[in-house]
Every structure is written in structure tokens, then in C-alpha cells.
Design a protein around this ligand. Structure first.
Ligand code: ADP
Ligand code: TPW
Ligand code: MG
Length: 580
């Protein structure tokens, strides 16, 4: 790790950063090289860290973020200064918003020139630019502080509610030399970076007494519960109490979707009728209608398990807050619930069963129809048939209709396997999440992508092929954003803002890099292509042609789309509702 310099052994910032990462078990870097971090990437690789090189920093950042979610260790994203830093920042902000632990490390230019705005190469005050989007932002100015700097970044990323942390490394720091012995002594191996947080006994009693009074209780499991990796205690709590549960999108599979207590197929009814709701690592944000009526009963009482105290009462009064880590809180609840004291009324379970049966029947009609051309349901029916027996496969999913309908049709059977647009509803996570999941797990990944969604990170197909990752990308090609049949209202020749080239041959993109491309127009063709692709464990892309008229504007969240009061919007609204 060191160079000979006169009689003293010296080392430098580059070596210290690599040593500090390794000392803390951070063994993968996702990034894009260039000035001033090219040699950092090379050195990291030489010293045994895996370096996954991307085509765009946003995908590198998304891979790091999802690696953090899956492993509870911060994923590391490495970028160059100013533009590379900013490209990565979207992923850092998304990680913070979703509560995923990651550290974006960016090289930066000459401090003195940046501060006087004298026009350095890739000049930007990166640390201050990062602050509003990161859980924490630090800059290391002296080589002897590299160990402490990384330790602070690790703790900030994983303790409490996890998030994205920015760590700024100026070029001068990386090349600065330091006595090797002093350097070694300055490194920090972080002890207990995410300490358990035990809830107070009074809070546990309050929650148990509320649950004991409930007739129509409901558990909502969120991705905070999935992240916590307290899978067996959560299952024990659910099964011991018999209380129905609803998984949020990325918590699907924490308990299997086909578990008898899963109320997902009766979601609206369950939300509206529950009298006591226990949120387990799920925020009452837009995804849950902010906890307000008419989606929820005005009289429902809420219990909330969360590690972040300020999340409590954020949208609706919480009668029983339980602040602590999910593992400790669920364990405490299990210990405090006396046998038979907490249960769901038989009539509540029966009502939910009836609604589930009715909705499942409706879904089966959709799935059984065999329209020509294929629609979302017939394509997803084929995929469902293949994935049913493969619980280890990761599912990455983004788009609008492609997202919403996939979430409803594809059941998940094991925890943390469904990775999607998350809290922001962001497009562009697809290939980055798929790569992060494949690299951390070694398991196959199926990415079900809207044709628009795919475009945001599509160039990473080359990355997938370069590293030979077992990722099957299925593109639902309906020729546009939401639909492929929209028209230019001016009558001009430009296409509508929401449509793409018709009959695009996306599979040829993967073929260009040596992967397996397929083009399918029928459910049987899709089944065959997917089975073959998964068996090969090679990069594959299935261009799955969907009826361009099949989708709806904004998928299932059309209500969030503002409509023009004086014309065009009204016309759109009428069209959209006619299509149902
Ligand atoms: P979803 O989108 O699935 O509803 P959210 O991301 O909105 O989930 O909410 C996750 C919540 O879980 C956040 O409020 C976060 O603070 C909390 N959380 C994350 N990790 C833990 C943990 N280990 N213990 C307790 N709460 C956690
Ligand atoms: C970073 C806005 C929401 S959904 C979507 C866009 C562009 C694409 C929907 O089309 P797709 O799916 O993927 O083809 P489908 O099945 O309905 O046809 N930029 C960002 N994030 C978001 N959410 C958008 C734009 C959007
Ligand atoms: Mg589309």
C-alpha cells in the first residue's frame, strides 16, 4: 500500500480511500471513471474491490442504492466532478427519498479556484449542491481525515432512517502524501453502524392495548419492514394475531402474496373499513392517500412502527407511535401480546375473503382473455406462469401501466425481490437496479419495463453484457408513454409528445452487444422466450409487442394528473374514461 520516499514509508489519498473502504467491508464500487478518480477506480480493482463501470452515473447510483437496500451496507457510487457528480445526484436524492443507504463519492476540482469562481475544469461547489438532496454531505480536506470521513459517511447512511450520503474528495486530497504509519493509524473500522433502537415499554403497551380493542385491524407492511430483515418475527406477529395485512409495493413477498391473510386483492375495501391500522415501516404519503378519507375511515385509529420519530403524525394523528427499529419493535410486541388478546373479528375476515374472491374472479377474466394484439394482462399472465415456480428471481419494474398492472398480476413469494419506482414514481431505475441486484445476489433478474421507462437507462444493456449478468429485460412495447396511439392535436406532422417510433426493434440493441434478443407478439411466444432466457443465465432482451391502445393515461394514478379547465384537458378526460 505504500511507496518508498527517502527513509520514511509514505502513502497517499488514493491508497487510503481504498484501504478505508476495504476495512469496512465495502467491496463493490459502481461508477464512471475520469478526472480525478480514474486511478482510484484502477487501484480499487487492483486491491480486490469489484468495480462495475457504467455508461451513466445515474444508473451507477441506482445500482449502489439498491445494493444498499438489499444488503443494509451502504452501496458506493463513484463519479467525476461537476457533470458526473450531478448525473449521480438524481440517484442520491432518490435513495434519500426511499430510505436506501448509499454513499456517492465524487472527485472535485481545486477548492481555492471553486470558491473564487475562477473557472476551474469541472468547477462546482459540490458539497453544498448535494446538501439539500442528501441525508448528510461531507468533504475530506486532509489525508489524515479520510478514515474519519468515511466512518461518518457510513454511519449517516445506515443509522436511523437510511439515506444517501455525499462524500467529496478533492483531487489534491487524493494525491496528497502522508506517512504510511500515521495513515494506517487514522483508519476507522465502524463498530455497530446501525444500532438497535428499542421502543419504550409504555409505547409497546399503548400499541397492544389499541390492537386488543380492534375489531377490524389491518397491518400495512412497507419497504422499511422489508429493509429491516426481521422477516421471521414479522411473520410470527401476523400469524399469531391472525390480522390481515397489506403489502406496499416493495414489501410484496415479505410474506408471500398468496398467504391466506394477505388482503391485497381487497385493498380498497380493507383501507376504507379498517378500524385500527398498524403501519410497519410504511409512510402515510401519497401512496396511501395521506391516511385521509375517503380512502380511509375517519374514525380509524393508527399505530405506527418507525425508526424516524418525526414521521409520526406527519399526515394524520397517530394514536400509538412505536419508535424503534422494526426488529426490536416487533419482538417487543410479540412479547407483550397475551395469548388470544389480539385477534381479527370473524366477520372482518369473512368480508375481506368475499371481496378478495370477487376481485380475483375479475382479474382471472382479464388474464384468461386472449386478445390480438396482446395486452398487458395476457403478456403478464404468461410471465406469471413462468415466475410462479422461481421465487429466487428478482423482479425490477418501472413504467406507468407496465408498473401498475405488473404489481397487481405478478405475485411475490420471498422478501426484497420486488424493486420498483418507489416513493417518487421515478423512471430510470430499471437497468441500475437490475445490475445492482444481480451483482449483489448472483441470482437472475427479470426487469419488466415500459418502453418509455426503459429508455432512461437503456444504454446500460452494454454494461449488462460486459459483465455477463443474468438479467432478462422484457420491454412492454406499446409505442409510447401510456399508449402508442396519441395524435398531434395541431394536425401537423410531428408526433404527439407521448408517442415513439412504431414497431421499434429494441431486441437489436442487446444483439449489438452480443446478448440474446427476442421479438414476441403472443403469450406463448413470450413464455418460450422467457423460459429460454432464464435457463441460459445470459443477458437477454425480449421485445414484447403490446396493443398500442391498451394502456390508460398515467396508469392507475390518473387522478394526480391536472386537467385543463378550458378545453384540451376536458377532451382528454372524456377520452380516458370512455376507454374503461
Ligand atoms: P413504502 O413506500 O413501502 O410505504 P416508505 O418508504 O414510505 O415505505 O416507508 C418506510 C419507512 O420505514 C420510513 O418511514 C423509514 O423511516 C422506516 N424504516 C426504515 N428502516 C427501518 C427500520 N429498520 N426500522 C424501523 N423503521 C424503518
Ligand atoms: C424521471 C413521467 C411517468 S410514467 C412514464 C413517464 C415518462 C412512462 C410511461 O410509459 P411506459 O409505460 O414506461 O412506456 P406504459 O406501460 O404506461 O406505456 N421522468 C421521470 N420520472 C417520471 N415519472 C416521468 C418522467 C412518467
Ligand atoms: Mg409504453
Amino acid at each position: 500500500m505504500s511507496n518508498q520516499n527517502s527513509s520514511v514509508m509514505m502513502t497517499d489519498g488514493f491508497h487510503l480511500v481504498v484501504d478505508a473502504l476495504k476495512l469496512n467491508g465495502l467491496e463493490t464500487i459502481y461508477g464512471v471513471p475520469g478526472i480525478p478518480i480514474t486511478d482510484l477506480a484502477r487501484l480499487a480493482q487492483a486491491e480486490g474491490i469489484r468495480f462495475i463501470g457504467f455508461r451513466h452515473e445515474q444508473s451507477a447510483g441506482n445500482a449502489a442504492a439498491i445494493a444498499g437496500y438489499l444488503t443494509k451496507k451502504p452501496g458506493i457510487c463513484l463519479t467525476v466532478s461537476a457533470p458526473g457528480f450531478l448525473n449521480g445526484l438524481v440517484a442520491l436524492a432518490n435513495a434519500t427519498t426511499n430510505g436506501f443507504p448509499m454513499i456517492q463519492i465524487s472527485g472535485s476540482s481545486e477548492r481555492a479556484i471553486i470558491d473564487l469562481q475562477q473557472g476551474d475544469y469541472e468547477e462546482l461547489d459540490q458539497m453544498n449542491a448535494a446538501k439539500p438532496y442528501a441525508k448528510a454531505a461531507y468533504r475530506v480536506d486532509r489525508p489524515e481525515d479520510i478514515g474519519i470521513g468515511l466512518a461518518r459517511a457510513i454511519r449517516a447512511a445506515v443509522s436511523g432512517r437510511p439515506g444517501g450520503v455525499y462524500l467529496d474528495l478533492p483531487a489534491t486530497l487524493l494525491s496528497a502524501t502522508i506517512d504510511a504509519e500515521d495513515a494506517a493509524a487514522s483508519l476507522v473500522k465502524v463498530v455497530d453502524p446501525a444500532p438497535r433502537q428499542i421502543p419504550s415499554p409504555e409505547a409497546v403497551e399503548r400499541a397492544v392495548s389499541l390492537l386488543a380493542q380492534a375489531e377490524r385491524p389491518l397491518f400495512i407492511l412497507g419497504k422499511g419492514a422489508a429493509y429491516a430483515q426481521a422477516d421471521s418475527s414479522i411473520r410470527e406477529l401476523v400469524e399469531k394475531t391472525g390480522i390481515p395485512f397489506l403489502p406496499m409495493s416493495m414489501a410484496k413477498g415479505l410474506l408471500p402474496d398468496n398467504h391466506p391473510q394477505c388482503a391485497a386483492a381487497a385493498r380498497s375495501y380493507a383501507l376504507a373499513q379498517a378500524d385500527t391500522v398498524m403501519l410497519v415501516g410504511a409512510r402515510l404519503n401519497w401512496l396511501l392517500g395521506h391516511g385521509k378519507s375517503p380512502q380511509w375511515s375517519k374514525n380509524a385509529r393508527f399505530i405506527q412502527l418507525d425508526i424516524q420519530p418525526t414521521e409520526i403524525d406527519s399526515n394524520r394523528a397517530i394514536a400509538a407511535p412505536l419508535v424503534g427499529d422494526i426488529g426490536s419493535s416487533v419482538t417487543a410486541l410479540l412479547a407483550a401480546i397475551k395469548p388470544g388478546a389480539v385477534k381479527a373479528a370473524a366477520s372482518w375476515v369473512r368480508d375481506l375473503e368475499e371481496h378478495k374472491a370477487r376481485n380475483t374472479e375479475r382479474m382471472n377474466v382479464h388474464l384468461a382473455a386472449d386478445p390480438k394484439p396482446m395486452d398487458f394482462y395476457s403478456a403478464l399472465g404468461a410471465i406469471r406462469g413462468v415466475l410462479e415456480d422461481m421465487p429466487d428471481v428478482y423482479l425490477v419494474n418501472e413504467g406507468a401501466n407496465t408498473l401498475d398492472i405488473t404489481r397487481n398480476v405478478i405475485d411475490m413469494h420471498s422478501p426484497r425481490k420486488r424493486l420498483d419506482c418507489g416513493t417518487w414514481g421515478v423512471m430510470g431505475i430499471g437497468m441500475g437496479y437490475a445490475i445492482g441486484a444481480a451483482v449483489t445476489s448472483g441470482e437472475p433478474v427479470v426487469a419488466i419495463e415500459g418502453d418509455s421507462a426503459f429508455g432512461f437507462s437503456g444504454m446500460e444493456l452494454e454494461t449488462i453484457c460486459r459483465y455477463g449478468l443474468p438479467i432478462v429485460t422484457i420491454i412492454f412495447n406499446n409505442g409510447g408513454i401510456y399508449k402508442g396511439d396519441d395524435v398531434n392535436r395541431s394536425g401537423g406532422t410531428d408526433p404527439s409528445p407521448t408517442v415513439f417510433i412504431k414497431n421499434a426493434r429494441y431486441e437489436k440493441l442487446l444483439e449489438a452487444f452480443g446478448g440474446l434478443g427476442d421479438y414476441v407478439t403472443t403469450p406463448a411466444g413470450l413464455t418460450k422466450a422467457l423460459v429460454g432466457a432464464l435457463a441460459s443465465r445470459k443477458p437477454a432482451l425480449i421485445n414484447c409487442v403490446i396493443d398500442p391502445t391498451a394502456g390508460t393515461e398515467s396508469g392507475h394514478i390518473q387522478n394526480l394528473n391536472p386537467q385543463s379547465a378550458v378545453g384540451f384537458g376536458k377532451e382528454k378526460q372524456a377520452e380516458a374514461s370512455d376507454s374503461h
